[in-house]
Design a protein around this ligand. Structure first.
Ligand SMILES: [Zn+2]
Length: 273
């Protein structure tokens, strides 16, 4: 599943290719992808709107226009592909927006879990609030002090806390494993039992790991590609994720995988305490 770095890269890619461009045609191939309007209304509402800018909140892509904004979640296998020479849209394309410049924006999703939600500008703030998302990792409020207060007394593991979008938005299984490795913290430690210095290591490494992943074009381990179809490189730099039984890059020990329902935790039992 795309996490914060991949979602940020898609949002940036859409902005780079489409800012200031106007929607002139809309093709809906699977109406179930769309929330907030039926097929006919969606076409009427979108045509003529200008793509002003994009943003990100947690794992949501925000596309700002004139009268409506788009709230997009890629979920497991969602992709957004821009093209200057669109031919037949690729398989599993659910929606195509054509812009006046000739660029097309194809929304593609093999597993069909992703959603494209059209929200009137007047309802936007409320809608974002209703997502109930916690801190953005790069916002000032995400500090060891605030994190410590939010999780004081919590018996959940620190890894579960990092995955909880209501606490910190945008982190999924891959980057939670990588962040806790860099911080030298055992993912199964009780969140409420971490001291300030350990929380500080988690906060600073959250930012470090996510920034590095953005720099490396995100991670293409399952389906992720950028808006131009290019793969990311971050998967080549993972220190624990997907490296079961391989050598720990820090201490020479062996990376372990602890299976869980639907997702595994990767860690080095020797240097994560
Ligand atoms: Zn190690």
């Amino acid at each position: 599943m795309p996490e914060l770095p991949e979602v940020q890269l898609v949002a940036d890619g859409i902005a780079k290719d489409c800012t200031g461009d106007v929607i002139v045609d809309v093709e809906v191939f699977w109406p179930g992808y769309i929330v907030g309007a039926d097929r006919e209304t969606l076409v009427d509402l979108l045509i003529g709107q200008t793509i002003r800018k994009t943003g990100r909140r947690g794992k949501f892509i925000l596309i700002y226009m004139d009268r409506h904004n788009i709230l997009l979640h890629l979920r497991m296998t969602g992709k957004v592909l821009t093209s200057r020479n669109p031919g037949e849209p690729p398989l599993h394309t659910h929606l195509v927006l054509t812009l006046v410049s000739g660029i097309s924006l194809a929304f593609n999703d093999v597993r069909k879990f992703g959603r494209f939600e059209l929200v009137p500008v007047s309802a936007w703030k409320e809608r974002l609030k209703s997502l109930n998302l916690g801190w953005e990792p790069f916002e000032e409020g995400y500090t060891s002090e605030n994190l410590g207060m939010a999780i004081a007394g919590k018996s959940r593991s620190i890894k579960n806390i990092l995955l909880d979008q209501r606490v910190i938005a945008g982190i999924g299984n891959i980057y939670a494993c990588e962040i806790l490795f860099e911080a030298g913290i055992d993912p199964f430690r009780t969140g409420g039992g971490l001291n300030r210095e350990e929380l500080e290591r988690i906060v600073s490494n959250t930012r470090l790991v996510l920034l590095r992943a953005i720099d490396r074009g995100g991670a293409s381990i399952s389906d992720y590609v950028g808006v131009n179809g290019e793969s990311g490189r971050m998967q080549n730099f993972f220190k624990v994720y997907g490296r079961e039984n391989e050598e720990c890059m820090r201490c020479g020990g062996t990376v372990a995988r602890v299976p869980d329902i639907g997702r595994s935790t990767f860690l080095c039992p020797s240097c994560q305490e």
